[in-house]
Design a binder for this molecule. Sequence first.
Ligand code: G3P
Ligand code: MG
Length: 229
Amino acid sequence: MLIIAHRGASTLAPENTLKAFTLAFEQQSDGIEFDTYQHDDAILVFHDKTLGRTTNGSGFLLQTSLADLKQLDAGDGEVIPTLEEVLATVPNGALCNIEVKHLRNAETWVQDVKRAVEDAQINPNALLISSFNHHWLAEISALWPQVAVGALTATYALDATYCARQLKAKSINIALDVVNADFVNAAKQEGLDVYVYTVDEPEDMLQLKLWGVTGIFTNVPDIAKQVVG
Ligand code: G3P
Ligand code: MG
């Protein structure tokens, strides 16, 4: 079972910062998950719409210039990173899950991400693009059919894998609150990978490993490595 650092090693370092991603790989994580916004001037790695929770700034991320955003403290003196800066921390072969929180224009997004992936010499097979917004994933897939997409869901729908089938997704990425053994079996029978978020308790890690999930997103990759690594 793959151990993917959720927003980096985000218990010991500020979430979605270079420090958190570097630490995740030092702790032997199999990959990283991070959240992205397509800002006018860059693709930024950040979780919230607003700046207050994780930086010393205020207001909306997308309404703040890149120059002003780069002045903010995102914790421990870290700055809000761009996609390019984060990809530079990813070792060869590690899974890189880009979660799309905001898509302004799919064409420019695909162009920019392809270029960033090439520049960082990331193997495109190690990429997974996910979003709760499945329309955005469909737009991205239409422009970039080779890239793997993961359908994020916080619900256990009646037709549990419908969204992944529609998207021809590689994976379904489901919330810990709603996942169960039947769901995992159904998804795996359809050839889907199953990732579960956010898994920080050892008993949950052990249960998910027994059910045969592909990977977990965790804020504590060091503990996950000890328990199920
Ligand atoms: O991609 C899994 C997980 O990160 C989705 O929820 O809110 O932590 O981005 P969130
Ligand atoms: Mg996320």
